[in-house]
Design a protein around this ligand. Structure first.
Ligand SMILES: [Zn+2]
Length: 625
């Protein structure tokens, strides 16, 4: 047995060396692997580390006053082997400042003075701060004494900001409904492959956060309801008994409990009748907190079993305008999302105790929350809500760096969106939506930027940002699923998810985990999909009679290793479909011969990629002369 173990070890070494040679790896990433913080078997390396914060945040929002006040205490733990002389703070709401760098233009209603820090203390010592100077979304602050490895630093910060009249991912929804996200100064990620994350937030590319522990206190006037990330700690204190009871009941209820209806709200007696109430939420090991407040939003809730082994339920809640018909379906649609995604794809139990859908304008995910716009199409609203809830696993459960590798979260949310959509509206309709929404525009756009390799850092993309984040990577996940089959693909995906949940995986960790988890060296496939300028255009060059059937000569003009169907119509009018997985491209990604076994005479042959839409379908068909 000893010998076979050695042989096995040598084999896997050879396999992983082959992987190292095959896939291009930038020098900063190579450096991380050399330091042993990442490993070629796909797991975190033996020297892996990540930093951590403990945040105690209190904010006061007194609508219609738009000025929000905050005070927070942060304990930041340096788990890295490095001595940190400075901390990089993220001040995301500075995106509202006039003059800050951003991708698009901003209207007057979007502009505010940004984050205004009133005071900052580091380990109890007041630190000078210049709000004029700290105008960007990153601000480095020097530490009075260096933060040593395995030591921590305490920050006490008071700040205020004006909530913007125009709402994007956060902001004012109406004069007495606010949605607050990215609202507190936080320490940015310091990691093993890049050091401090100093990429500016430009209102396009998204976020990258440490896993922190949070206590969040939200003070609002009486008759205001609050929804936030985390577990509400004091429902009995802030809600009148009847409403606290309804909330509690919803935690074990399949059917929707209307915690606060339009009629209830009109009575103005849902909350405790102090002049203000402070709602307290906690969440541990989570990447962010978001909050919605309103004095006139309906509140629905129910719950769903998300872990069939333990019977664990997760709460599904919705907060919305009574007039929004689609949102009256939100809780039941959300229950379906939570349980379906938990049990099917990704097939990992929903990792949080709760999800809240809040009506806004963002169509955006936050841990345990989504902020979606109202639409008149209930089916489309469910489609968007499914997508945002699916983000729970990527980027939140998996700690994805969205600002550099958005294909690692948007690509998966787009993939799960089609899979759950199929369960809701059927394959044909779901695929039609996917093709129309995620593939069609890209495949018919000849722009250079659209065909940049998926691995291109998201932070460097402008044109091509959307399709490199959503449709193209999603197609690569579907192509791999097709090639491996559902069982092996899920085994590999779960290997990746087990390796990296609660951590910060990068694309090479995904590639290596999928190869290890499937027991196959998939580098040729990842090289093809992630590191090439590929697109999809197959050319059925020739169909010739061969022994026992036909031989098809197929040229891969676009280059991507796609699955496709060969549909043959015979002279007797019958049709047969022969499915080809991407494995047909393993040894030659330009040109292949496909042998079709049949005793019948072919009248016509069509190659059809289904969701893998072809840029030029005119060369996909052959007709017998
Ligand atoms: Zn998304």
């Amino acid at each position: 047995m000893f010998k076979s173990i050695i042989v096995g070890a040598v084999c896997s070494l050879v396999l992983f060396q082959a992987q190292a040679q095959n896939l291009y790896m930038p020098r900063d990433i190579q450096h991380a692997f050399n330091k042993g913080t990442r490993a070629m078997d796909g797991k975190p390396g033996k020297n892996y580390w990540q930093n951590h914060g403990r945040y105690n945040i209190s904010i006061t929002a007194l609508p219609p006053e738009r000025n929000i006040k905050g005070v927070e205490q942060i304990f930041y733990f340096n788990n890295s082997p490095d001595t940190l002389k400075r901390l990089n703070m993220k001040l995301i709401l500075n995106i509202h400042r006039p003059g800050v760098a951003r991708f698009g233009s901003a209207s007057d209603d979007y502009l505010t003075p940004g984050v205004q820090v009133d005071s900052i203390f580091i380990n109890g010592t007041k630190k000078p701060w210049n709000n004029k100077q700290a105008a960007n979304t990153n601000q480095m602050i020097g530490l009075p004494k260096p933060l040593m490895p395995h030591d921590s630093v305490k920050l006490d910060i008071t700040w205020h900001f004006e909530i913007s009249k125009e709402s994007g991912r956060e902001g004012m929804i109406d004069s007495t409904t606010y949605y607050m996200a990215y609202f507190y100064p936080r320490v940015s990620v310091y990691d093993d492959y890049n050091g401090w994350d100093t990429l500016p937030f430009l209102d396009a590319q998204e976020f990258y956060n440490d896993f922190n522990d949070y206590t969040l206190n939200v003070t609002v006037p009486k008759n205001y309801l609050v929804w936030a990330t985390g577990t509400l700690q004091n429902a009995n204190q802030v809600l009148q008994p009847e409403y606290a009871e309804r909330l509690k009941k919803s935690f074990t209820s399949d059917s929707t409990i209307h915690i606060a209806t339009k009629e209830d709200l009109a009575k103005k007696n849902i909350t405790t009748q102090n002049s203000t109430n402070t709602w307290t939420w906690t969440a541990n090991n989570i990447s962010d907190m978001a909050v919605g407040v309103s004095d006139h939003y309906d509140w629905d809730a129910a719950s769903a079993i998300v872990d069939t082994k333990t019977g664990r339920r997760a709460s599904m809640q919705a907060a919305f305008l009574d007039a929004a018909a689609d949102f009256h379906h939100s809780v039941q649609a959300g229950r379906h999302s939570l349980s379906w995604l938990s049990q099917n794809w990704p097939g990992v139990p929903y990792p949080f105790p709760k999800m809240t859908a809040f009506q806004g304008f963002a169509d955006m995910e936050y841990p345990m929350m989504v902020n979606d716009s109202h639409t008149d199409d209930i089916g489309f609203s469910q489609f968007v809500q499914d997508h945002e809830i699916a983000h729970t696993w990527f980027p939140f459960y998996m700690g994805i760096n969205e600002s550099r590798y958005s294909f690692m979260d948007e690509g998966w949310a787009t993939t799960f969106e089609l899979l759950i959509g199929t369960s809701e509206v059927g394959k044909e309709k779901a695929e039609q939506l996917y093709k129309g929404f995620r593939v069609n525009q890209w495949i018919h756009d000849r722009s250079t930027a659209e065909d940049l390799p998926i691995i291109t850092p998201t932070s460097e993309l402008r044109g091509g940002f959307g399709n490199n984040s959503y449709g193209k990577p999603s197609l690569s996940y579907f192509a791999l699923k097709d090639m491996l089959g559902d069982d092996l693909f899920k085994k590999a995906l779960h290997t990746y998810m087990d390796n990296w949940n609660g951590k910060h995986p990068i694309p090479w960790d995904y590639f290596n985990s999928m190869s290890s988890g499937s027991g196959r060296n998939l580098n040729w496939f990842f090289n093809n999909w992630f590191f090439s300028n590929g697109y999809i255009d197959l050319n059925l060059q020739k169909v010739t009679k061969a022994t026992g059937g036909y031989m098809l000569a197929i040229q891969n003009i676009g280059g991507f290793a796609v699955p496709f169907d060969v549909k043959i119509t015979y002279t007797d009018g019958t049709t047969t479909t022969f499915h080809q997985t991407p494995a047909v491209w393993e040894h030659n990604q330009k040109q292949i011969a496909v042998n079709i076994k049949t005793t019948k005479t072919a009248a016509s042959v069509v190659i059809d990629g289904g969701i893998f839409m072809d840029a030029d379908e005119s060369n996909n068909k052959w007709t017998a002369k």
